[in-house]
Ligand binder design. Structure first.
Ligand code: SAM
Ligand code: SF4
Ligand code: FES
Length: 353
């Protein structure tokens, strides 16, 4: 059989909504404007077919920037001595969640570095309390013990975000001096068994990352049937070992959008955010993400002065905005795109096969 062209692969994606890892890599390498345009249009159509026009709002609270790990890419890494660290108290966090819920936000995402100061039991009590505000709770606090995940699930946590960052074993090992590929995946398995809606994801444009590695990520997202998949560009932070790894922003944006588009087509109903990192990389990045398969936005509700100290990467957008300001801004963004803001909790609905 003759080799498939990119147009052939797009035909296949349109009809079968699937293709091989090799075919994904071919599309990721292709820079032909017609092919890229067709891919994005197809992803937008599949997004409409599987998850509709509504955009889900997830209110983000970055409650601690302490981290015990040293991921090479991240500004919160323990080795970054320049960062001013903060921790929010339980009371501070609860008052904040109340304010967010009052704005009608249906999901609160509690995110932090890996910070053992927040012990499992008081964290469970906190989750239990916040649940009474009638919101869905997503946790994103890194790798913990199975019993801790279980305790939080019992307390009412609905979802958990733990990105694999890359499914390429060698690249994972290079980027994570103190983490283990299989241990991270094991966490995902445990979280799934506990009944969480589970989120994974990757960074695009990492050093030494090939189109083949990205193709593998997309196939793994599909195979693991993740409920949420965060796909964002890697943005170098000067105070990290990868600080000088530059790449043309528009090229990186296009590559990120391609990964997003292909992920939408292959995973059908997964919830995919248009990430803040994409909006930071290029102006209008999130809007482009929403047109290439994304259906989720994450307004930042971290209070000042903490917000500017959660510097995962430099130049983050929305940092100077007044508290609560991202919500109307996003509503306007969504309306301009001819889309609507979802009024339900936005749980992932599995496709009927
Ligand atoms: N500590 C938790 C964890 O690692 O899962 C949650 C917080 S961590 C800061 C959240 C996400 O930030 C990571 O999953 C990673 O994808 C992203 N991130 C870290 N450094 C980044 C960088 N330089 N550019 C873009 N995204 C980055
Ligand atoms: Fe810590 Fe998460 Fe940053 Fe890694 S990515 S250094 S675990 S905050
Ligand atoms: Fe944050 Fe516009 S979404 S300022």
């Amino acid at each position: 059989m003759k080799d498939r062209t990119c147009e052939d692969i797009l035909d296949l994606l349109e009809k079968k909504e699937d293709c091989t890892e090799e075919e994904l890599a071919l599309l990721l390498r292709c820079e032909e404007p017609q092919v890229v345009h067709r891919l994005f249009t197809l992803a937008d159509a599949k997004r409409r077919k599987y998850v509709g026009d509504a955009v889900h709002i997830r209110g983000l609270v970055e409650f601690s920037n302490f981290c015990r790990r040293n991921c090479l890419y991240c500004g919160l890494r323990k080795g970054n001595r320049k960062l001013k660290r903060y921790r929010m108290s339980w009371e501070e966090m609860y008052a904040l969640c109340e304010r967010i819920a009052r704005l009608g936000v249906k999901t609160i995402v509690l995110q932090s570095g890996e910070d053992p100061w927040y012990e499992a039991k008081p964290f469970a009590e906190f989750v239990h309390r916040v649940k009474k505000l009638q919101v869905a709770i997503t946790l994103s606090v890194g790798e913990r013990e199975p019993w801790e995940y279980a305790l939080w699930r019992d307390a009412g946590a609905d979802r958990y975000l733990l990105k694999q960052e890359t499914f390429d074993r060698d690249l994972f090992a290079r980027l994570h001096p103190d983490d283990d590929y299989d241990a991270r995946l094991e966490c995902q398995k445990v979280l799934k068994e506990l009944g969480y809606q589970v989120g994974s994801g990757n960074m695009v444009g990492l050093p030494y990352q090939t189109p083949e590695a990205l193709a593998l990520d997309i196939k793994k997202f599909q195979e693991w049937d993740f409920d949420m998949i965060g796909i964002g560009p890697f943005i170098p932070h000067p105070d990290t070992p990868l600080g000088h790894f530059t790449m043309d922003p528009e090229k990186k944006c296009l590559l990120t959008l391609k990964v997003l588009a292909l992920t939408r087509i292959l995973t059908k109903t997964a919830n995919l955010p248009a990430t803040t990192a994409l909006g930071t990389l290029v102006p209008g990045g999130r809007e482009r993400g929403l047109r290439c398969g994304a259906n989720v936005l994450m307004p930042n509700f971290t209070p000042h002065p903490y917000r500017s100290q959660y510097t995962i990467y430099p130049g983050k957008i929305c940092v100077q905005e007044a508290w609560g300001g991202c919500l109307p801004c996003m509503k306007e963004m969504v309306t301009k795109l001819g889309r609507t803001i979802a009024t339900d909790y936005g749980d992932r609905v599995r496709p009927t096969r």
